[in-house]
Design a protein around this ligand. Structure first.
Ligand code: KIV
Length: 298
């Protein structure tokens, strides 16, 4: 296997675990926070080595890893399995587990019980939930139970149908005010950070002075304290629809297809395996085996 490149200057790569205080400090110093999603041991290892600050085990896994048509069907059990695998590959970044649709909305008790499973069973440092409204109360209850919570406002994919589909939010002053009130409500409930998804940069610019906690943007313009992208989107692994805010930094899927294709071609042309890929037997043992097989036939 070839040597792995080391990334000496990456901010989270200094071996010191990222904590809530690290993120608050970064906001105070104006140092941008880098967050990516990860869903398994290899993607966690990539995030770790790349030196990001925060890893979200996002329910985007529903689509990008499990092949569901939206984030709605993914279950707590599926998310816990993915999160536990991420935990095994992650040491430094703060690890946030996404509470899936239907696992926290019913009551504060349900929300706390689900959040506790993400911490106890999968080793998450924090959890994330979507929307303002009743989610503000749920976030407060989870925080009161001692578990850090990240909020998520703007386009909230779990309730995209009610929002009119996967479209940007806050494009009218009235709707923007709702998004702003949700964000302030989540901050007041004790969230340590909030994701702003798919809202106009103007709205972000106007609300940022009112937010004391780090805001992580995805399609919310450059004024947030950090940015997040979905692992499969930024690396070009996921072949589904890419939102306007996605920037592709690699074309990994094409490389994977090319690699598997080359393997299949080699197998069909008998170019693989080569002598170096096999195991040898001492000549005397080979001769002895021949004798044993001959005797065995009689
Ligand atoms: O599930 C997810 O990947 C997310 C990010 C887009 C923030 O919620």
């Amino acid at each position: 296997m070839s040597a792995r490149p080391t990334i000496a200057t990456a901010p989270g790569a200094k071996g010191k675990p990222v904590t809530l205080s690290t993120l608050a400090e970064k906001k105070a110093l104006g140092e941008p926070i880098a967050m990516v999603t990860a869903y398994d041991y290899p993607s966690a290892g990539v995030a770790e080595e790349a030196g990001v600050d925060v890893v979200l085990v996002g329910d985007s896994a529903a689509m990008t890893v499990l092949g569901y048509p939206s984030t709605v069907p993914v279950t707590v059990e599926e998310m816990l399995m993915l999160a536990a695998a991420v935990r095994r590959g992650l040491k430094t970044p703060l690890m946030v587990g996404d509470l899936p649709f239907g696992s926290y909305e019913v009551s504060n008790e349900q929300a706390v019980a689900t959040a506790q499973r993400f911490v106890k069973e999968a080793g998450c440092d924090a959890v994330k939930l979507e929307r303002g409204g009743s989610s503000i109360d749920r976030a407060g209850a989870i925080v009161d139970a001692g578990i850090p919570v990240m909020g998520h406002v703007g386009l909230t994919p779990q309730t995209a149908t009610a929002l009119g589909g996967y479209r940007s939010q806050g494009r009218t002053a009235d709707r923007a005010l709702e998004v702003v009130r949700d964000a302030i409500g989540l901050q007041e409930a004790g969230c340590f950070s909030i994701v702003f998804e798919a809202i106009p940069s103007d709205v972000t610019d106007l609300v940022m002075p009112r937010l004391e906690i780090p805001v992580i943007g995805i399609g919310a313009g450059p004024a947030t304290d950090g940015q997040v992208l979905v692992f499969g989107d930024l690396l070009g692994i996921y072949d589904g629809h890419a939102a306007r805010f996605v920037k592709r930094y690699a074309d990994v899927r094409a490389q994977m297809v090319a690699g598997v294709h080359a393997f299949a071609e080699d197998v069909r042309a008998r170019r693989y395996p080569e002598p170096d890929h096999g195991y040898t037997m001492a000549p005397d043992e080979r001769e002895r085996l021949k004798g044993l097989l001959a005797a065995d036939r009689n």
